[in-house]
Design a protein around this ligand. Sequence first.
Ligand code: F6P
Length: 365
Amino acid sequence: MYKQIGLITGGGDAPGLNAVIRAAVRTAIREFGMKCVGIEDSFEGLIGDLKIVKLTTKSVGGLLPRGGTILGTRNRGSFCSFVDGKTVFPEGIINTAIENLRKLEIEALVVIGGDGTLAIAQEFHRRGIPVIGVPKTIDNDLAATELTFGFMTAIDIATEALDRLHTTAASHDRVMILEVMGRNTGWIALHAGLAGSADVILIPEIPFSYESMVQKIFSREKSGSRFTNIVVAEGALEVGKSEIYQDHGDGSAAPRLGGVGDSVRQKVEELTGKEARCVVLGHLQRGGSPNAFDRMLGTNFGACAVRALANGQTGKMVALQAGTVVNVPLSEAIANIKTVPVDGQLVRTARDIGISFAAPKEGKL
Ligand code: F6P
């Protein structure tokens, strides 16, 4: 049994990170008699001025409703860089971090993060450090797990925003556009669009045409609904065009999407003559308290991750499959992102109830 394990949170924060930390620490101490430390500011805490904090059952008390992560996080840093669209892991930095782990007597790691963080975790595993990953991201785009914690809270927030936009859209006969996160996948837009009664959902997996979008807006007008609510994922793109970026990134940071909502607003005004407004929900989707589901999922993931380590597993990620937490190889989890199946049940349901994806040949409006 390991005497001491380390916990790391990496990537963008997500509601439920603290629930994972709390459950992992309690399980490690109560069930397995291990000591726990937190490594602060993602893997960065393992180099330079080391940032290590002792975690006890007491110090993780009261964490369930707390947003963010008590350990701090980074979604850029020294452990990976982006060269010609490829991720590179600097050998020297990882070796220094491993030497420091040995000096600190941290024998194994629980790494909580999305695809980027788990790819770094995999590099530690490849060099002999026992590692278990915990899938985190509001985007829900990690392969091998049906759900990541943070996603359900993000949907709640986006749904509430759509509900609120609905009443103002209807009062002013406007087109309201809500831009949500989700990077290269449309999970948040699709789920919130269904739950918040959007009329049009734009997702990266289904490139849109303005002709089709305008047809939908006019067909609503004809049937007496003079307003339209559109939810657009930040990575959605027009047929034949590319995504819209706020910042193309540099060697240390991935490109940042953003701006598609406003570009849809301008074009819709131009093509329909209707007033349109755009709201970018941004980091409100990540901040604040996790909902009940994410607290529960985070807790189960945290406890299962420590049990996996204690059972000698390494190079694995805990994952939800058919309602149960299982362990899958990290390599499998980071190999591909999980995109919305364009012919899947939810897309079909959305179309059946009259939601448009503004695809070029959308069919019945
Ligand atoms: O991956 C999570 C996420 O919130 C994406 O949906 C979004 O594109 C990105 O992170 C934003 O990152 P940042 O915090 O750097 O703005």
